[in-house]
Design a protein around this ligand. Structure first.
Ligand code: AMP
Length: 282
């Protein structure tokens, strides 16, 4: 596995791959890797001869300076995990390398970005759009791998690929969870022990709500069940819980028969912001 730090080196690598007919899979990450990331890397290695994993804590997608500062950074441990998973190039750029000048371009993803993460983290999806576009240009991947843990991000990237005619296939994989149900996340490392004990209740709330989708009279009633359950644990500060159309991401006022529903939440626990979701086929 090679470790590359510059866009020029990455572009030289991707040109060689294209010349030699090697398929390229790209896995964009922010590092502090766990099994959720590694399943994407392994899947990319199954399908592609060249697997580029980027690790870049992207400042433009953070709307909270403290969250950016405290985001776990473990490049050496990450590199040790990546080679056995099938990564051929680890791209580890600096902020200056990715942003030699401040970007002025603004993405507007329309209704997809006006809800949930987009509504609660102003500018977040603009930053995602910029960094993913840059990584697509530098890596020229045949396939790009993303996790459904960030359900809304997958929808945004799908829109980005379609609107900008990127010649890349988007592949997404389900959320990998700890044995107690907590969605794996780099931010889980920041949870103090007592918070880690209650953290699985986020997924329990989603499961509780998911079990009510078929039986419940309205999306609002399902939402209330989950909100009540989470508010019974004072350690959580719930930011949002949405019952939405799984494709348009718009909140549902009533059930739409035959259309999958996504339940999404964001909550703060001991100063750590966690998100999770489940999809219910109707
Ligand atoms: P991140 O490093 O958090 O930006 O995540 C990099 C990629 O890994 C994104 O596409 C995430 O959706 C995906 N990912 C993160 N956590 C998980 C998980 N627990 N299960 C599946 N995919 C994940």
């Amino acid at each position: 596995m090679e470790i590359l730090h510059t866009a020029a080196a990455l572009q030289a690598y991707t040109k060689t791959c294209h010349r030699n007919g090697r398929r390229i899979g790209l896995v964009p990450t922010m590092g502090a890797l766990h099994e959720g990331h590694l399943q994407l890397v392994r899947a990319a290695a199954q399908a592609c001869e060249a697997v580029i994993v980027s690790i870049f804590v992207n400042p433009t997608q953070f709307n909270n300076a403290e969250d950016f500062r405290l985001y776990p950074r473990l490049p050496d441990a990450d590199a040790a995990l990546l080679e056995p998973a099938g990564c051929t190039v680890l791209f580890l750029p600096s902020v200056e390398e990715m942003y030699p000048q401040p970007t002025v371009l603004l993405f507007d993803f329309g209704p997809l970005a006006q809800v949930m993460e987009g509504a609660h983290r102003p500018g977040h999806f603009n930053g995602v759009g910029i960094v993913v576009s840059k990584l697509f240009h530098m890596s020229q991947p045949h396939q790009a791998y993303f996790g459904q843990k960030d359900w809304q991000q997958v929808a945004i990237v799908r829109q980005l690929i379609a609107d900008l005619s990127f010649d890349v296939e988007l592949i997404s994989f389900p959320t990998v969870r700890e044995p107690d149900g907590l969605a794996m996340s780099s931010r889980n490392r920041r949870l103090p022990a007592e918070a880690r004990v209650v953290a699985p209740r986020l997924y329990a709330a989603l499961q509780l709500a998911a079990a009510q989708v078929q039986a419940s009279s309205s999306p609002a009633a399902v939402r209330q069940v989950a909100v009540d359950y989470l508010q019974a644990e004072p350690a959580f500060a719930l930011e949002y819980f949405e019952v939405a159309d799984a494709h348009t991401l718009q909140p549902l006022a009533e059930w739409q028969p035959g259309r999958p529903v996504v339940l999404c939440l964001a909550a703060h626990l001991s100063g750590v912001r966690l998100i999770d979701n489940v999809v219910v086929e109707c």
